[in-house]
Write a protein that binds this ligand. Structure first.
Ligand code: IMP
Ligand code: MG
Length: 334
């Protein structure tokens, strides 16, 4: 596998957390490093009857052999992070880059009380926009100057390169989704940074030539939380009827939904230089496939859905999600 970067192809909430957790368990990845904005993201993964959520740690937390790192470009809310480190009991294998920016109470207050951010954009209210704004002004506190993080401070870029030099597997986990990019999404209804694969790499301190595989994750339908255009948006009743009504894992807000958008997917492929694809929540479109792990056992309509995407996008769908559980995956990588 070498170095794989995993990013979302739509507006976030494509199910990256589950895909990352699956890959890391299956491949025994040495190191998982998180890029992206910060605790505005919520990644969920389910094992048996237990649901896990992370906003700061990589979704690799359950594999006890995997080192967990947070790249310099990521904003850290120390309270949220320390709570996650404690609840997953990962003190000894968590590494925070010394240059991560720190979110303060004041950043959160601003995010929640500025009309433009709260009402026009519909941010997650987690302080990430105001903190990145301070970072651009070069007045933001960094992790190396935060006493409560001192046990975890390291140089994440060097760590990744060390593992890659030893020919070990490294997974770089993106957050948010392509069309929430500050540069390539529908400005101003976007997050406070670029979140395409190139920026995720920059966040953790690797260059384009270090990457072997860029896996873009799509859900079998599109959801969006917060304001901004959503082509072919369904009304709430239709969304409920199809089982597409979801709730944000960070804010609990209702997500809006629309059918899979092939034109957006094509653009996401280009923006991220995708080399392979994952499609999650196929069991929501085709309930009879829940839990199936073999491609040949899919009914013809489900296979047509996948194969149409493959022929339109010119890439293989290597991982297919067939249920909430981390192991409910059809793995076509080999
Ligand atoms: P912010 O990132 O909190 O500033 O929010 C800006 C926009 O991005 C809002 O529409 C949020 O709902 C959306 N957003 C940010 N992070 C995520 C995410 O991880 N999943 C889904 N939407 C997100
Ligand atoms: Mg999410």
């Amino acid at each position: 596998m070498g170095c794989i970067v995993v990013v979302g192809g739509f507006f976030g909430d494509e199910g990256k957390g589950k895909i990352v957790a699956y890959i890391v368990n299956k491949d025994n990845t040495s190191l998982a490093a998180r890029g992206g904005v910060g605790p505005n993201a919520g990644h969920t993964f389910v094992v048996g009857d237990k649901t896990f959520k992370v906003r700061m740690l990589p979704s690799a937390a359950l594999n006890t052999k995997t080192k967990l790192a947070i790249g310099a470009g990521v904003l850290v809310n120390p309270e949220v992070l320390i709570q996650e480190i404690t609840s997953f009991d990962v003190h000894k294998r968590t590494f925070i880059d010394r240059n991560c920016g720190i979110i303060s109470k004041e950043h959160i207050r601003k995010d929640l009380s500025t009309n433009h951010l709260k009402n026009n954009i519909g941010t997650t209210g987690t302080g990430t926009g105001p903190a990145n704004s301070d970072r651009a002004l070069r007045i933001l506190t960094l992790a190396k100057d935060q006493a409560e993080l001192k046990d975890y401070i390291s140089d994440v870029s060097s760590m990744i390169h060390y593992h890659l030099d030893k020919k070990e597997d490294v997974l770089i986990e993106g957050t948010q989704g392509t069309f929430l990019s500050l540069f390539h999404g529908g400005y101003p209804f976007v997050t406070s940074k670029d979140v395409t694969a190139s920026s995720i790499c920059a966040d953790v301190g690797i260059g384009p030539k270090n990457v072997d595989d860029v896996l873009v994750v799509f859900k079998s339908y599109v959801t969006r939380v917060g304001a901004g255009p959503l082509e072919n948006e369904l009304d709430r009743d239709e969304s409920v009827k199809r089982g597409w009504l979801e709730f944000g894992s960070v804010t609990g807000r209702e997500r809006r939904s629309s059918p899979f958008n092939i034109e957006m997917a094509k653009k996401a492929i280009r923006l991220n230089s995708a080399t392979s694809l994952a499609i999650t929540k196929m069991d929501i479109l085709y309930p009879q496939i829940a839990g199936i792990t073999e491609y040949t056992k899919l009914p013809i309509n489900a296979r047509n859905f996948i194969e149409n995407i493959e022929s339109e996008l010119g890439l293989k769908v290597v991982l297919i999600g067939t249920g909430a559980d981390v192991n409910a995956v059809i793995d076509r990588r080999k």
